[in-house]
Design a protein around this ligand. Structure first.
Ligand code: C2E
Ligand code: MG
Ligand code: MG
Ligand code: MG
Length: 291
């Protein structure tokens, strides 16, 4: 009941007739080569506590600069990959890269979890758990160093197997986050049954929070619902100071968005995180809060 029709922002399923269009097939082929040639990059966007400014985690977001087309948005190539065997490989690649970055940060004293987006179909991959478990062990990382984001749509599929995978991952100590919440028609009963720790309110509701009373009501009800289930709420699309302030008043735990921090390449994110952590340390010593 939280969803608004036609407001999902992202069209995930193109008409079947377009599925095998030469355009799409050629992009898929290019993506396949891009994975092999390591031409994909991860950018990192912090999730920041609205209560005390602490960095709670950083989300890994795929970036692809195509040799001739220029930058291709994940909004365009992820749905394409999701309809093919490539998604599994793409996710493995992203997890491998994210684990390596997590190890760099973690062992340098920057103990901030990296959250990785996975698609619903990845939960059917029995290798996912093994990759995470082995990777964490090999890099001497605790399970808290990695989190996973899976979209709300997972709740609409009736796959007992996915729920099992989620429980297994949670059993390892890997935190699950429910992404893009409010865009699907999901059952609250299912939400309650899954071991998710965090719910991310979709940017399409958050962005117009200040101008639209409809959106404000939706966001408020999600925050209240999430709180009543004992979970944490994270708002996506925090584009202004006003939005951050309003969310904070509504009791939203954390936020993510351009006003708080942009997605950044790894080296820039490292500098940003170091700055934030030393500032938090300083403020703790002086008893002040971080804005
Ligand atoms: P998402 O997981 O919901 O990620 C949030 C998107 O919002 C990102 O777009 C981010 O750059 C953008 N964003 C950040 N701050 C703001 C803001 O203040 N306002 C607005 N309007 N948008 C903001 P991006 O990077 O283009 O990614 C789009 C989607 O592609 C992601 O949505 C996610 O579903 C998917 N995606 C990205 N990387 C991966 C990946 O490695 N694996 C999978 N499976 N999906 C990915
Ligand atoms: Mg996400
Ligand atoms: Mg999201
Ligand atoms: Mg979103």
């Amino acid at each position: 009941y939280l969803a608004k029709e036609g407001r999902t922002g992202v069209e995930f399923y193109l008409p079947a007739k377009d599925r095998n269009s030469p355009e799409r097939l050629s992009l898929l082929g290019d993506l396949r080569r891009a994975i092999d040639a390591d031409e994909l990059d991860l950018h990192y966007q912090p999730k920041v506590s609205l209560e005390d400014g602490r960095v709670e985690s950083v989300e890994a977001l795929l970036r692809w600069c195509h040799a001739t087309r220029g930058p291709v948005s994940p909004v365009d190539f992820i749905p394409l990959a999701e309809q093919s065997y490539l998604m599994r490989e793409l996710t493995r690649h992203v997890i491998q890269r994210a684990l390596r970055q997590a190890a760099r940060w973690w062992h340098a004293g920057i103990r901030v979890p990296i959250s990785v987006n996975i698609s619903a179909r990845d939960l059917l991959d029995s290798g996912l758990r093994d990759q995470l478990e082995t990777g964490l062990a090999r890099l001497e990382l605790p399970a808290e160093a990695i989190q996973l984001e899976v979209t709300e749509r997972i709740l609409m599929t009736d796959q007992a197997y996915s729920a099992d995978t989620i429980r297994t991952l949670a059993g390892l100590g890997i935190q699950l986050s429910l992404d893009d919440f409010g865009t699907g028609y999901s059952s609250l009963v299912r939400l309650q049954r899954l071991p998710v720790a965090e719910v991310k309110i979709d940017a399409s509701f958050v962005r117009r929070l200040v101008e639209s009373s409809d959106d404000e009501r939706i966001v408020r009800s999600i925050i209240d619902l999430v709180r009543s289930l004992g979970l944490r709420s994270v708002a996506e699309g925090v584009e202004s100071h006003e939005i951050a302030t309003r969310l904070r008043e509504m009791g939203c735990h954390a936020g993510q968005g351009w006003w708080l921090a942009m997605p950044m390449p790894a080296d820039e994110a490292t500098t940003w995180l170091r700055g934030r952590l030393s500032r938090a340390f300083r403020d703790r010593d002086t008893g002040g809060a971080v804005a």
